[in-house]
Design a protein around this ligand. Structure first.
Ligand code: UD1
Length: 417
């Protein structure tokens, strides 16, 4: 077991470069199933989730090689369309293979993702979308068994905009016969990155980035090469950590236009931000001001950053109200932050965060990726030593987090017990 040990209280300072967008890279890897042959994905972050998706693709018979931050994926030999529970249960994004497997093989067997630390996360919308395209779906022993002799374009209207369901339907619709229209589609930049990759493979997609996406099915796709855009959640993580420590940090190689809502909130807490093409410089306030957040789908405040904003608000000069319309029960970070002296109560799915002058370092446990990142932010700001266990959660979404933070002057080390 590995732990992160943080000696807090030092303002972060310096320049850091962000890696590729994890949540775009994962569906792009799944999409390579659609076109037999050798694909190349550049700027792939070195993360546990990427390793998990590589394992899954190898189970299907693909050959996946990593060279630094590039992945070569040869899907010409794929022949086994079954995703086992052991892998799907460790990463919900494994479910993204359902659409591509159906489109290529006409059948697929994929384990249901099961429980998740951040509240109920059903897959009904994924199934509804694929059924609309003509797939027959049965549940057998915890697996979705899907079959479709021929997928046909259809109109799909989601009750709520789901990132994963939009991606699964897009990946099936590109090889369906006729036109598919997805209404109330998710608008996240990760969807546009996937759509771009599919277009490079020869797919005909328009409207991504809006809530109405149109796909004109084609009979076959070709392997493609693409650079994964920068990760907006990692970008914002460094900005929030800088704000929490009163530091001065420049984040390079990012897309500021993907985190407009976050930049707005950081200005509200009193940070100064200068945004240039591909670069954001932040100067944190001596102590943050209180600021409410309601996490909503893109372009609203991202649910994945809500735990980090909560961590920042624990030391604000006043009270902030934080809620999450995407995952209304996403508060696993709250009990851990309380262990560090935070004053937070959750009432009717709203976290009431009464800012304290300082947090105290404490032993805590990362409950999931972003709640773990929230503990890192809290630990950097706290007085004394914070020991974060279950670091593997953080490693799912952040590459070499301790090295990047050390390059910004933080006292962080990893220890194996
Ligand atoms: C993706 C991201 C995750 C992020 C989330 C919301 C990946 C790998 N993960 O997750 O980091 O927090 O988007 O931005 O990209 N829902 C249903 N039925 C479904 C699917 C979803 O009701 O079949 C609901 C969910 O419970 C949630 C909302 O839709 O309330 C949005 O979830 P969704 O966008 O699907 O999240 P993921 O794609 O799982």
């Amino acid at each position: 077991m590995e732990r992160l040990i943080i000696k807090g209280g030092r303002p972060l300072s310096g320049t850091v470069r962000v890696g590729g967008m994890k949540n775009a890279a994962l569906p792009m890897m799944a999409a390579t199933i659609l076109a037999p042959g050798v694909h190349i994905l550049n700027n792939i972050p070195d993360l546990r989730d990427i390793t998990t998706m590589s394992h899954l693709l190898r189970i299907f018979g693909a050959k996946v090689y990593r060279h630094g931050h590039a992945l070569t994926l040869d899907t010409s030999t794929c022949d086994f369309p079954e995703a086992p529970y052991e892998l799907v249960s460790t990463m919900r994004a494994s479910f993204f293979v359902l659409g591509p497997l159906l489109a290529r093989f006409g059948r697929a067997k994929v384990a249901l993702p099961g429980g998740c630390a951040i509240g109920p996360r059903p897959v009904d919308l994924h199934l509804k979308g694929l059924r609309a395209l003509g797939a027959e779906m049965d549940m057998e022993g915890g697996y979705v068994v899907a079959e479709a002799r021929k997928l046909r374009g259809a109109s799909v209207n989601f009750e709520v905009p789901s990132v994963g369901a939009t991606e699964n339907v897009l990946m099936a619709a590109v090889l369906a016969e006729g036109t598919t229209v997805v209404e109330n589609a998710a608008k996240e930049p990760e969807i546009s990155a996937l759509a771009e990759f599919l277009r490079l493979m020869g797919a005909k997609i328009s409207g991504d980035g809006t809530d109405r996406i149109e796909v004109e099915g084609v009979t076959s796709l070709s392997p493609a090469e693409m650079e994964v855009p920068p990760d907006r959640i990692e970008t914002a993580t460094f900005l929030i950590a800088a704000a929490a420590t009163g530091g001065e940090v420049t984040v390079e190689g990012c897309f500021p236009e993907h985190i407009t809502s976050v930049i707005g909130k950081l200005r509200e807490v009193g940070a100064e931000l200068q945004v240039r093409d591909g670069t954001i410089r932040i100067e944190g306030p001596p102590r943050p001001g209180p600021t409410d957040v309601v996490a909503t789908p893109y372009p609203g405040y991202p649910t994945d950053l809500q735990p980090l904003h909560t961590a920042l608000m624990t030391i604000a000069e006043g009270t902030s109200l934080i809620s999450d319309r995407v995952f209304p029960e996403r508060f696993t970070h709250v009990p851990e932050l309380r262990r560090m002296g935070a004053d937070i109560s959750v009432e009717d799915r709203v976290a009431v965060v009464r800012g304290v002058r300082a947090l105290d370092g404490a032993p805590v446990m990362a409950p999931d990726i972003r709640a773990g990142a929230a503990l890192v932010v809290a630990g950097l700001a706290a007085k004394g030593e914070t020991v974060i266990s279950r670091v593997y959660h953080i490693d799912r979404g952040y590459e070499r987090i301790e090295e990047k933070l050390r390059s910004l002057g933080a006292e962080v080390r990893r220890e194996t017990t």
